[in-house]
Design a protein around this ligand. Sequence first.
Ligand code: NAP
Length: 260
Amino acid sequence: MAKYSLKGRIVFITGASAGIGAACARAFAAEGARLLLAARRVERLEATAAGLREAGAAAVHAFKLDVQDRGAVEEAIAGLPAEWREIDVLVNNAGLSRGLEKLWEGKPQDWEEMIDTNVKGVLWVTRAVVAGMVARGRGHVVNLGSTAQELAYPGGAVYCGSKAAVKLINDGLREDLLGTPLRVSDIGAGMVETEFSDVRFRGDKERAAKVYQDITPLTPDDIADAIVWATTRPAHVNVAHMIMTTIDQANSLMFNRRTS
Ligand code: NAP
């Protein structure tokens, strides 16, 4: 069966201003897709648009969006220019972690931000986009999973819980879509070197760098490659769940740190 071509297809990536989302934009550009990019730091998206067109993107449309804001999500999706409304692939990538405290010492506002972004944000965007996909009889939703959704690590209870929720939302959506041609994939990663730890530790670069010390982490391009692979399988193939780690990681808790 033929590979599913993304040429000219609309790929909507949330959180495309950094890390895995930005790498996805580059990887889907190389497939000739039309890129619909969202993040709060819209100026970063705008700065990459010309390069993405040069890299093969058929077109680029960037807009500012905070996925935590249900009203803003609904308005932004409903208000897309007509030529950008028929989204073929949604990559629910926007997400973050905050803090690494023991549960009873964690900050409630950090928990709210993680749950509002990683869980509710995924729900708001999915709800706003999938109805159109069902009506058109085509579409693919990719959710960003994690080793954290399979095994919690100390200090990460709320982040891990948010990613576990994404896994089951992903699976439930696939059940709801059974009987349609739509596809739903949870593509998860272990440690990927991005701004993720910098955000978790609120700009403490030294602490963030230690997370990746003495291992070879995954790169954002590794995950983007897997996402493009999943979305280009023949139309009858649904990659339900995938977890990738660096060779130096076995799961959320076990790492091969090459300390001398
Ligand atoms: P990153 O470099 O910090 O990028 C996160 C992206 O999410 C940024 O573009 C950020 O854009 C966006 N974002 C955050 N909150 C947002 C909001 N409220 N509304 C819209 N966009 C928002 O981190 P990353 O590692 O690439 O993370 C991407 C996804 O992969 C997340 O879902 C994360 O949980 C998942 N993941 C990461 C790892 C890892 O080790 N790095 C492993 C497994 C899974 P703005 O700040 O401009 O809005």
